[in-house]
Design a protein around this ligand. Sequence first.
Ligand SMILES: Cc1cc2nc3c(=O)[nH]c(=O)nc-3n(C[C@H](O)[C@H](O)[C@H](O)COP(=O)(O)O)c2cc1C
Length: 370
Amino acid sequence: MSLSVDFMGIKLKNPIIVAASPLSGSGSMIRKAIEAGAGAVVTQTITNEVRQNVRPRIAANSFGMQNIELYSNLTLEEWEREIYYVKEKDAAIIANILAHTPSEMAYIAKKVERFGVDAIELGISIPHGEGVELLISDMERLYNLTKMAVDSVSIPVMVKFSPNVSNLTALAHIVEEAGASAISAIDTIRSIIGVDIDRAKVMLPTYGGYSGEGIRPIALAAIASISQAVKIPVSGIGGIENYRNVIEFIMLGASTVQLCTSLIMNGYGRIGEILADLENWLQCKGYSSLEDIRGQALASLKSFEEIPIEPYIAKVKGVCTVDNCSKCVKSCIYGAISLKNDIIVIDDSKCTGCGLCVSLCEKRLLYLDW
Ligand SMILES: Cc1cc2nc3c(=O)[nH]c(=O)nc-3n(C[C@H](O)[C@H](O)[C@H](O)COP(=O)(O)O)c2cc1C
């Protein structure tokens, strides 16, 4: 069983890419990611100007993480040495770069190509700092920046998308037209993680980007829309924690996936665990490669108008032995579910087939035949 994938014409030993972040902020960090098994690593965003990190800059809650980091602390020139340090390793190196004008973009793109990276990702979607957040939704600037990067180098260029836009598919068409080889999505979501109510202060001193488990549904929707809109490959990012999440993204059309928050929280070792579980699942299901499942779930994704109005109601397929759960009973706003001696009873006259109980049942005892 091979997990290898062809991504932008580059053969990767597996689809797991470490996303642009402090996890890939230097040659030694990138090396750790590669030794942990990553198929590719995207560098932290490289710019022409170096900014010192503000403090504090990261805060987490149970659904994810907000960060207000900007870019790499290393200069463009310093990145030459860092790339050299990891170049001959068994993984592709993708330089994430940010520039505000097409000529600056061309300058940085040419430099990182000369350093020996395999591809470039345009990191133009950070939702905080110096108006960067406006870049991705300005169609003309997006086209010009992408085209300039594409025309200045001979390696593939991928564009990283923000979810903080309303015209995702139009933007996807623009970068495809400008010659991009792939789209990655999503970057973090503009956020305020919380307020310390005893001190009456926000947890981090400015708006930042939210990442992690909580953003996965938004990322999945972005990947499904983009992969249906364009022909170029897509790299799925956002809240990927385990092999099941990897499969979800691939089934919605992604060719590769990128991980950040789950590696920050659990260490690079998580990559090996995911790869082993992924291989095992594919083997058990009888698939021979990831291509077999890519885009498989898209056929079940309908437009709202296509959904038939059928009188489906929830059904039960077992006895509930979970102590102190009753989530199905408590959350049924129609009062259609009751539990009598571990037996779940659905009142057909009250059930409207909304499906909430089905999604809440950890033991999968409830189902809806749609
Ligand atoms: C602390 C931190 C720093 C990040 N730095 C960058 C960066 O330099 N460039 C970039 O394009 N994305 C950056 N990101 C965004 C991630 O690459 C990724 O798009 C996002 O976190 C969603 O993936 P996740 O839910 O797996 O974390 C950063 C994310 C975090 C949490």
